[in-house]
Write a protein that binds this ligand. Structure first.
Ligand code: M6R
Length: 609
């Protein structure tokens, strides 16, 4: 989704810092961009449709002597992705960049048009710049004008504002959309997320809803909704900036696939008791869980697939009934709740609008909540009663890979924790399960050796127009996730199915032109049944990619391919079996020449409905 950056510091660095930060926001998804800085005492706005390179080439010969500026990557919601609709949106002296959606923009637009304002874009954002301009013309300071404007505005927003009436100042505010600030010795930064400004600081302040921040070269001043000056404590992050770099890999997606063993180790670190008989979840209050009768999980996309695996784990290990919901459905439908229901909101970014709204709804319904996020101070982390963080490190590729396996590991840990708490397993069983968790990183490391093999295999399969992925049991959600990976990065149509469901309809699709990818670890408790499904597909001419740990399995047809993964304990097998499918999606996309890290129409952080 849209990304915002702001800088106040040295004139020599303004252009470079803003451009570099925009580049670091690219991963969120965008279709146009723009920048505002001061030139000869007046704001200069430069905008461009398409990739950042278009903006950068316009800026190439532009000497920026301003000590401050704001910039933006836009992901179109209202109005097409054109230069005219790119931000900053300008009204007289006022320039505004915005992330979010203004829900009452049509009413406000009507009022502003009646007051004589001319709208030059199709965006909802333009009402913000006109409103602020209107209030400044009535004699208000820029801060007062912004406050008055946002009193009238409904919806979600993170905005940064500059005005010729008060040059040397950036004002920013937020509601429901993330906005952080940071500083070093003599510079101040503003951004939608940490990776954008990670090279410049390690201490970040997460603004709260309705905070207003004024940044000048003299410092930062934050006031809350009531106008009171407030101190927001900075959070220190230990992310190494290189984690947000490609480090020699061609794409972030490939780098992040390779980072999975490390992400798993980080997610496990410090999370076992000394006797290795229980899990430690540092922020989880056991009293919230002890009486849990039922678990409801809500998430979107890849996080939803990880949650489906979580259901298998929680029911199998802790014996607690678990239901998994698409957050976008949960937030609107009538939910039948009951006593002692635990709600889990699962989100890599911790900012996904549907998931955070589902969390708010669950809390209103009286459920205790646990957030599972990869960003410790994200909205969902802050609003959940307790948080379990995945320690995958920043994930930049739009296609989630390492955050998926880290989420699955968190569910595995959670199910052991819940089981021990409820005395559903004894200490021997807990020890066995923990040993299996510890084995995952090495098993993944071994699986990563399959990269070249999958690259080679992709050459034979990239020209198909459709794919089916099949799995059973805990590997059924892996089939769903694998199909999503292929769809989003290669734009090839793919579906995931529970293999037992095939004969109820989808088997009609099978013919020589339909590759079928089986996620079939031998240790899967349904493996024998899956072999039956294999025969059904073979009998109808389907071409098969068989991902299995069964080295002895003989493929009957030379058109088919077998990928041998290491044998893994059943419950942790999804963290291994998904890796070949991630490689397959990556290499097919590469052959087809798509934009792997920023696939068309997608955004990394979906902060709008
Ligand atoms: O940040 P979240 O985990 O809440 O994001 C949810 C989905 O938008 C996300 O998982 C999306 O489906 C992936 N980028 C797909 O790879």
């Amino acid at each position: 989704m849209c990304g915002i950056v702001g800088y106040v510091g040295s004139p020599r660095r303004t252009k470079d810092v803003l451009c570099e930060s925009l580049r670091r926001l690219e991963y969120r998804g965008y279709d146009s961009s723009g920048i505002c800085f001061v030139e000869n005492g007046r704001s200069r706005v430069i905008k461009s449709g398409g990739k950042l390179e278009n903006l950068f080439s316009k800026l190439k010969d532009c000497e920026v002597t301003s000590s401050l500026g704001i910039a933006h990557t836009r992901w179109a919601t209202h109005g097409d992705p054109s230069e005219q609709n790119a931000h900053p949106q300008v009204s007289g002296p006022v320039s505004v960049v915005h992330n979010g959606i203004i829900e009452n923009y049509l009413e406000l637009k009507k009022e502003l048009v009646a007051a004589g304002y001319e709208f030059l874009s199709d965006t909802d954002t333009e009402v913000i710049s006109h409103l602020i301009c209107d209030f400044t013309e009535k004699g208000n300071s820029l801060l007062e004008s912004a406050r008055k404007a946002f009193d009238k505005i409904e919806g979600s927003y993170a905005v940064a504002i500059m005005s010729d009436t008060e040059p040397g100042k950036i004002i920013a505010t937020r509601r429901f959309s993330p906005l952080i600030i940071a500083r070093n010795a003599a510079e101040f930064f503003l951004a939608s997320d940490i990776p954008a400004i990670l090279p410049y600081s390690r201490e970040f302040i997460f603004l709260e809803d309705h905070d207003f921040v004024v940044i000048t070269e003299d410092g930062i001043s934050i006031t809350d909704a009531t106008g009171e000056v407030v101190n927001r404590t900075p959070t220190v992050v230990d992310w190494d900036p290189s984690v947000a770099e490609k480090s020699g890999y061609r794409h972030y997606m490939l780098k992040e696939i390779f980072e999975q063993p490390r992400a798993i180790l980080d997610t496990l670190r410090g999370r076992f008791t000394g006797d290795m008989e229980n899990v430690v979840l540092e922020d989880v209050d056991p009293s919230l869980l002890r009486k849990t009768q039922r678990v409801i999980i809500a998430a979107c996309g890849t996080s939803y697939h990880a949650s489906l695996i979580g259901k298998y784990m929680i029911e199998e290990v802790a014996g607690v009934s678990t239901q998994v919901e698409l957050a976008s459905e949960f937030r609107y439908r009538n939910i039948v709740t009951g006593p002692d229901v635990l709600f889990m909101a699962v989100s890599q970014s911790g900012e996904t609008a549907d998931t955070s709204e589902a969390l708010i709804k669950a809390k209103k319904l009286g459920m205790n909540s646990v957030g599972v996020t990869n960003v410790s101070l994200s909205k969902i982390s802050r609003e959940s009663d307790c948080v379990i963080t995945t320690k995958a490190g920043p994930e930049i590729g739009v296609a989630s890979t390492k955050s998926f396996t880290a989420q699955v590991m968190v569910f595995y840990l959670f199910s052991i924790y819940l089981a021990v708490l409820r005395k559903a397993i004894d200490s021997n069983r807990a020890k066995e399960l923990i040993a299996d968790a510890i084995s995952v990183s090495k098993l993944q490391q071994k699986t990563l050796e399959l990269d070249e093999k999958l690259k080679d295999l992709s050459k034979d399969f990239h020209s198909y127009k459709n794919f089916i992925y099949m799995g059973r049991g805990i590997n059924y959600p892996v089939a769903l996730e694998s199909a999503l990976k292929l769809k989003e990065v290669s734009y090839i149509h793919a579906e995931g199915y529970a293999a037992g469901e095939m004969k109820h309809g989808p088997i009609a699709l099978i013919d020589r032109n339909m590759p079928v990818v089986f996620i079939a670890p031998e240790e899967d408790i349904y493996y024998r049944k899956l072999l039956g499904n294999f025969q059904e597909v073979k009998a109808r001419g389907g071409r098969i990619i068989f991902i299995t740990s069964d080295e002895d399995f003989q493929l009957p047809d030379e058109r088919d391919r077998k990928i041998v993964i290491p044998k893994s304990p059943y419950l942790v097998s999804p963290m291994v079996s998904v890796i070949p499918a991630q490689f397959l999606a990556y290499h097919v996309a590469n052959i087809l020449g798509t934009d792997v890290d920023q696939p068309r129409n997608l955004a990394k952080v979906v902060t709008v409905e």
